[in-house]
Design a protein around this ligand. Structure first.
Ligand code: HEC
Ligand code: HEC
Length: 218
């Protein structure tokens, strides 16, 4: 795993190495696939509770970038707090099988066993998103206009998505900007995304307005 981590990410690497023993201690569960384990957790509150605690531990490693409780403090790193569980799980699958490309996260996810993956999904989806008001109300109003024409039908009036679609409300500014531009312009790091046709007609100004509005949605 260390091979996959860029040398500059010393902090994260240190955290990763410190985390290995816990991952290995649970390696007996490595063979259980995440679909089976997720179903077990959904059917049995005791399993869900056990995995939630595993997830809370794993989250200590992720906090370097994704923030405490999944509220990122880095504009380029996405919040995981309040994200929909099925969406998070799908991103885990996509990082694991290479449909979603981001080298650091691919390595991170490959190093996690099923319990850790499901646990972090249960943990993060249950955390509250910290609300950040916008600095530019006029720009956000323009973004609201675009949102209510082009985005709400999938992401919902409140930007909270549903069990298949990402929550975007309160997401980090720079992550929103770069994600929307990558959907629009490539490189295509998220295979066959339905977001590619849905960003084609957005100008850079539209994207700035959407970023101002969406990042400030509660
Ligand atoms: C070195 C910083 C770093 C660390 C540590 C890190 N991540 Fe990430 N993570 C990122 C970045 C940056 C992205 C955005 C990738 C992109 O642009 O596609 C991301 C994306 C994600 C996503 C997709 C979110 C979305 O909205 O689609 C998930 C899920 C995720 N990380 C989970 C984790 C978990 C779980 C851990 C801990 C085991 C972790 N990350 C540790 C930097 C990090
Ligand atoms: C036809 C349905 C649909 C429409 C319309 C749509 N989206 Fe999406 N969006 C999705 C789905 C599904 C995903 C999940 C990830 C993927 O497929 O790439 C997503 C993902 C995203 C993400 C990435 C979330 C993350 O955490 O990485 C952002 C940001 C986003 N959409 C913003 C928007 C904005 C802004 C608009 C309006 C201009 C919009 N979407 C319109 C379906 C839609």
């Amino acid at each position: 795993m260390a091979k996959r981590i860029p040398a500059v990410l010393v902090l994260a690497l240190t955290a990763c190495l410190a985390w290995q023993p816990a991952a290995m201690a649970q390696s007996s569960r490595n063979k259980v696939d995440i679909e089976t384990r997720f179903k077990e957790a959904m059917a049995d509150p005791k399993v869900a509770d056990e995995l939630y605690k595993v997830g809370r531990k794993v989250a200590a490693v992720c906090a370097n970038c994704h923030g405490d409780g999944g509220n990122s403090t880095k504009p380029s790193v996405p919040n995981l707090a309040g994200q929909n569980p099925a969406y998070l799980l799908e991103q885990v699958r996509q990082f694991a099988d290479g449909r979603r490309r981001y080298e650091f996260m691919e390595g991170m996810i490959r190093a996690m066993n099923s319990d850790e993956k499901i646990g972090m999904v249960l943990f993060y989806s249950a955390q509250d998103v910290v609300h950040k008001p916008t600095a530019d109300k006029a720009l956000a109003a323009k973004g609201q206009d675009i949102f209510s024409k082009n985005c709400f039908r999938c992401h919902g009036d409140m930007g909270r998505g549903n069990d298949q679609i990402a929550r975007i409300a309160g997401q980090q500014t720079e992550y929103l900007r770069s994600t929307l531009k990558r959907y629009r312009d490539g490189p295509n790091t998220r295979a066959n995304s339905i977001m590619t046709p849905n960003t084609k007609l957005l100008s850079d100004n539209d994207i700035e307005a959407l970023v101002a509005f969406v990042s400030s949605m509660p």
